[in-house]
Ligand binder design. Structure first.
Ligand SMILES: Nc1nc2c(ncn2[C@@H]2O[C@H](COP(=O)(O)OP(=O)(O)O)[C@@H](O)[C@H]2O)c(=O)[nH]1
Ligand SMILES: [Mg+2]
Length: 253
């Protein structure tokens, strides 16, 4: 099989790799790259694109030619937000990064919050944290611009994850997280949910491994450019995955 298109094999040494999975984010990708790289000189950025028909991956590849802190992988023949995030984690670890920050590519997550999430991983005088979640559901956190239907779906998913699957987190479905990659050595990384339910799946595994998880308030703003990929098919797939996690939690399989 031909290799996936990607940017240069030469990577600068670094500690923090921000990663954003993209699918048809043409209107967002340029400003997103600028904003993330400007958020901190410490971070590098990996764009994992699933061969977007609108050319998002190609735009990012062009930018990477003259930006050494930007890396791009265009995956061919596979799709899914969860599988993209997992591939990003493994790539980050293989390149020697200690921390990955995951975020959406539609500006729902504010790149300016990256430094707050990173600081939360290493609280001064406190115990190091494995995952710092950018949370909409703790005091100070909020969601702007969503219709009632999305508030309700999100509330239901978070309720289910907390009380049926048993993950003690308020915002389990958000995708803005700083993750200490050493946690990957303590969890089973096989057979993850491939789609959006990866977010709950990952927290479930980290919680079971006694990983430390904290929530930091963020403001989530609904996208103003491009469209959501959380379509009916994705909602059905995530619902099926969540029901499987409930079975795994209660029946052990
Ligand atoms: N690589 C990749 N990224 C995806 C896929 N589906 C969604 N995304 C990205 O995941 C992020 C969240 O998706 P979005 O459509 O904003 O979902 P919503 O915020 O729940 O409406 C965005 O950056 C999308 O471009 C996928 O199949 N592959
Ligand atoms: Mg979005």
């Amino acid at each position: 099989m031909p290799e996936d298109p990607h940017s240069s094999e030469t990577w600068l040494p670094g500690r923090v790799l921000v990663q954003a999975a993209t699918y048809n984010e043409r209107e967002n990708i340029g400003p997103l790259i600028d904003a993330i790289l400007a958020s901190s000189a410490e971070v590098q950025l990996l764009i994992i694109d699933d061969d977007s028909p609108d050319g998002t991956g190609q735009i990012a590849l062009e930018r990477a030619k003259c930006e050494p802190r930007l890396h791009v992988l265009i995956r061919r023949g596979r799709r899914g937000l969860g599988s993209a995030i997992l591939e990003g984690f493994l790539l980050a670890r293989s390149r020697g990064f200690a921390v990955s920050v995951n975020m959406d590519a539609d500006f729902s997550h504010d790149p300016a919050d990256i430094v707050r999430l990173l600081a939360a991983l290493d609280p001064v005088g406190g115990v190091p944290v494995d995952i710092a979640i950018g949370s909409r559901c703790v005091p100070g956190g909020r969601t702007l611009g969503w219709p009632l239907s999305r508030h309700l779906t999100s509330w239901l998913v978070c309720w289910f994850t907390r009380w049926i699957i048993g993950v003690p987190v308020n915002d389990s479905s958000g995708g803005f997280r700083a993750v200490r990659l050493s946690i990957l050595d303590r969890i089973d990384i096989g057979r993850f949910a491939q789609g959006y339910a990866f977010q709950e799946d990952f927290l479930w595994r980290v919680h079971r491994a006694n990983g430390r998880i904290v929530e930091i308030p963020i403001t989530f703003s609904d996208r103003t450019r491009g469209s959501s990929k959380a379509d009916f098919a994705e909602i059905c797939r995530s619902t099926r995955d969540l029901l499987r996690f409930a079975r795994r939690t209660w029946l052990g399989r």
